[in-house]
Design a protein around this ligand. Structure first.
Ligand SMILES: [Zn+2]
Length: 329
């Protein structure tokens, strides 16, 4: 983590090993429980959605995450991710601990907790990025369930498991491919909606943070774009950039940041107006600095926006609404 010139040395890069990450595992479980305790859903028949969310700690070398139905009639589902995936998310987040200057406002970031001051701003930002990206992944899996994707697949194909890293088995038809692609894009979009709700809570009443304080809201959103871009780059790294039912990593980055904007347009118009022009610019810059392919070209970004506009048509055609779960108060 010494080179200032090339920041792309973080994944499996020098200086970190699984042992450095292991003490974090306990906090992953705490966060799982936090997420589950604040999301309450039921299906169209009024059956409560119960999700068993677990971290497979016995496979630190495996990269895997999936959502699957266990007993849909009684509302039971399962989500599992490996500690190996969690470790890689953590490794990717270390980029913000490096000496590369990503944010012009870094020195204005205030550390409130005295005992955290010795960690330094960069490490605290890196840790915040780790939590943000972990939440995004877990909320993506939860989204597959509550958006009705697993229920749909179980009813229509008899197999409701949704794997994130190409373990779905047999070859699928062109139509199935399109549906699964739409599911992945929709889960990405929904995960950010959920994430924003959690962040609104975590950042406190003025939205600048409780433990560390950002100088202003623009800095918060710029950081979020960088953090989610690091996740997109990690996914590029883990999949080798190969085509799959998932949107390509640059498309996922686009979904992430455009979902932040659309969330703000509904919940905080003042912020939405301030960031909507800057968002694509931050995304292109972050993509370039973090090595995300096809993300720093404005024309490509427009192409991505057009290609994703098909997602809603596909979902409408299969009437996914029938399978959607409903938020309970
Ligand atoms: Zn997925």
């Amino acid at each position: 983590m010494k080179s200032k010139k090339n920041p792309i040395i973080y994944i499996g890069g020098p200086g970190y090993s699984y042992e450095h990450f292991e003490p974090m595992i306990e906090s992953v479980n705490t966060h799982f429980q936090e997420i589950l305790s604040s999301l309450h859903f039921e299906n169209q028949e009024g059956v409560r959605t119960n999700i068993d969310l677990s971290l497979d700690v016995f496979n630190p070398e495996k990269i895997r995450a999936y959502a699957c139905p266990v007993d849909t009639k009684n509302g039971f589902y399962k989500i599992e991710m490996t500690a190996g995936l969690s470790y890689h998310i953590w490794l990717a987040s270390r980029i913000f601990e490096s000496s590369f200057n990503f944010f012009p406002w870094l020195k204005e970031l205030k550390i409130i907790d005295k005992e955290k001051r010795k960690s330094g701003r960069r490490k605290l930002l890196a840790d915040f990025s780790y939590y943000t990206c972990s939440y995004a992944i877990i909320l993506h899996e939860i989204s597959h369930i509550v958006l009705g994707h697993t229920d749909y697949l179980e009813e229509v194909t008899g197999y409701g498991e949704l794997h994130e890293f190409g373990e779905s088995g047999s070859a699928i038809s062109e139509d199935d491919f399109e549906i699964r692609h739409a599911f992945e894009a929709e889960a990405d979009r929904q995960s950010i909606e959920f994430l924003m709700v959690f962040l609104d809570e975590a950042l406190g009443p003025d939205g600048l943070g409780r433990h560390i304080r950002f100088p202003n809201r623009l800095a918060v959103y710029e950081f979020l774009v960088y953090s989610l871009t690091s996740l997109s780059t990690l996914l590029q790294q883990l999949t080798g950039g190969a085509r799959s039912v998932h949107p390509m990593p640059n498309e996922r980055q686009y979904i992430f940041h455009s979902s932040i904007t659309s969330y703000l347009q509904r919940t905080n118009l003042v912020s939405a107006e301030k960031i909507s022009d800057r968002m694509p610019f931050w995304a292109m810059q972050a993509g370039e600095k973090l090595g995300l392919r096809d993300s720093s070209d404005a024309l490509k970004a427009i192409e991505v926006a057009f290609s994703l506009s098909r997602v809603d048509d596909v979902l409408k055609n299969i009437d996914i609404k029938r399978f959607q779960h409903i938020a309970r108060n």
